[in-house]
Each structure stands twice: as C-alpha cells, then as structure tokens.
Design a binder for this molecule. Sequence first.
Ligand code: SAM
Length: 340
Amino acid sequence: VGLILLNPGSHYFFVIFAKLSWLVKFFITVRTQRLVESSEEIDHIENGWWNANSEVIEKIWAHSYALQWCIRYPYLKKAKSFLQTSEQEKKLIWEVGCGTGWVCRMIADKNFHIIGTDFSKAQIEKAIELAAHFGKEDYCSYRISDASTLVEGHDGVFIHALLHHLTEMELDGFFSVMEEQKQGTRVFLYEPVFVNSNSKKSAAAFLWKKMIKLYVKIVSASIRISGSKNEPLIRESQALFEAADKNGWFLSPKEVPFYEHELESRLNQYFTTRKRYFVNSSDFTIAQMMVLYNMDRPGFLFRKLVFPVATWLDTVFFKLNFRSVSKGEYFFCCYELIRK
Ligand SMILES: C[S@@+](CC[C@H](N)C(=O)[O-])C[C@H]1O[C@@H](n2cnc3c(N)ncnc32)[C@H](O)[C@@H]1O
C-alpha cells in the first residue's frame, strides 16, 4: 500500500500531494505586513528574483504594447500632463524603479525626457535595448541605482509600483530623498493599496460588485473560447505564484501592497495630494487573461467596447465609494503629489 501511495506515477500520489500542498498552504501565511528592515541576504534574493523573472513579469504585468495603450495610456497621459503642465515645456523626469522602462517610455517625447533608475542590472540593460528598439533612445536614459540614491537635475518624479517593494527602513530612506526635493516639485505615484472598508455596506454596492464580477466572467469565457492557451506562460506564472506561496511571499520576496492609511500618512508628511484616483481593476484582469490566451493584440471590439465598459464599471464603483464590499482586496491607486 505504501509503495502504491508513494509511487510518483500513481494517481493516489497526486491526490495525496495535492491535499498536502493545500495543508501546507493553510499553515503558511503569505506576507501581508511590510518588513521593517532588510538584510544583504533578503536584498540579494529580491534582486535575483527580478533579474531571473523580469521576462515573465513583463508579460503578465506590463502586458503587450497594444494592451498598454488600452489600459495604461489613459492614466499615463494624465500623469504626463500633471508633471509637464504645458506641452511646450521641456521636462526631465526621474522614473524611480523603472524596471524595463515600458511605463514612461510610452509617454516620453522630445519635451518629456526620462532618466530611469532601478537596482536590477538585467532590467536596466533591457530598458536601454527597448528604448532603442522603439526609437526613444534620445528621450530615455537609464542607470542602475537604488531607490534611496538621489538623482539630481530632474524636474519631477514618476513612481510606478516601486514603493510597496521597500521595507519600512528603505521607505524612510526614500522619503528622506523626497524631503530634499524643492518645494513645488511634482511627483506622480501609482501603487497597489489594500482598501479600507470606509463606507457603509449597501445593497447597491453589493449588486454593482456582482455585476462587475459577472462582466469579467463573461469576457473571460469569451477569451477562453476565442483564444488559445499560452501554456508556457501559464506554467511559468503559476510557478512564480507557487514559489511565493511556499516561501510565504506576496509575490516577489519583499513586496506587500500598502494599506491606505500606511501610505497616506507617509505622503501627507511631505506632500499635498492634488488628486487621488483608482485605476486598473477589471480592465487589468481582462488584459492579463488576454495575454495568457495569446490575444495580446486587442481588436476593435475590445478597444472600443470591452475595455471602456470595464473601466466605466470600475470608475462608478470607486466614485460611489462602494469599496466596503471589497474588504481585503487591493486596488491600484494614482496620486498626484506636490512637495510642500
Ligand atoms: C513591480 S516592479 C515595477 C517596475 C516598473 N515601474 C513597472 O511598473 O513595471 C518593481 C521594480 O522595483 C525595482 N526595485 C525593487 N526594490 C528596489 C530598490 N531598493 N531600488 C531600486 N529598484 C528597486 C525592481 O527591480 C522592479 O523593477
């Protein structure tokens, strides 16, 4: 009996293995609190994780160039006009934690130059290569540098999903760099935040949430029918999530989305918040599904109907403050900040 059960070729082996891995999951808690401080070892693991996995992450997080235009460009355009104030004005923007540079590369032009920094060598090399590939090398330059190292001579700061990768002490270091920014400096920030359920639960909120879920379900089913599974990508991304579960990480070794009050109490010390709005919820889920089903070039129907409807459903959800029904979920929040 023992041999049958423990023989990796037997059906029972997989049943038992599946049950055990569920049990392991049950006992291991995924990181939900920020690390207070890092160590050389943890930094090494985080940096190595990015160097090794940036290609898979690029696909499931940054999606394709065509999908970026559907779900990213609308808020990036707003970020650009916040940082530039007028199109004729020449600006040099410091993009901190730029990864492979895809975010600001979309909006870089002759009057909107980018100096991107990241501590991952592999990603900075890729960013330089991609800037040339997209003909943006005159507007985008990159260098390897830690988030707490000041880049001088810029006119504004752009941060896209970096800060939640830092420990408490690294955040202290980062914000002391922000403290050195001159009064009036503009900073655009995009970070995942666990929402506070700061509104009353209502039937309307509940129904709206149900409608969004149903919409995403229907769109996902149609993607599954019309697309073809990208098996290698699905396997690679599953492996990342399984490794995170096994190690008790959120996804990358150090990351944890912010809690609203945690981020905002830090921001309020140095900045006046000019605007704050949520983006990329249902549209992000749909775009990710499209990448996993080899549909990374959305057709007319997706561009003109499916994505705009998803965005509209989410916009209403956040405008009416229906977040009470999303306890424990995180959403991507944009902040337009001005140094006090
Ligand atoms: C979620 S990715 C965001 C990359 C890019 N901004 C984007 O939105 O795709 C986080 C990035 O932060 C970088 N990073 C993490 N810790 C860092 C640190 N201490 N200093 C500089 N970069 C760091 C990682 O290498 C990675 O490229």
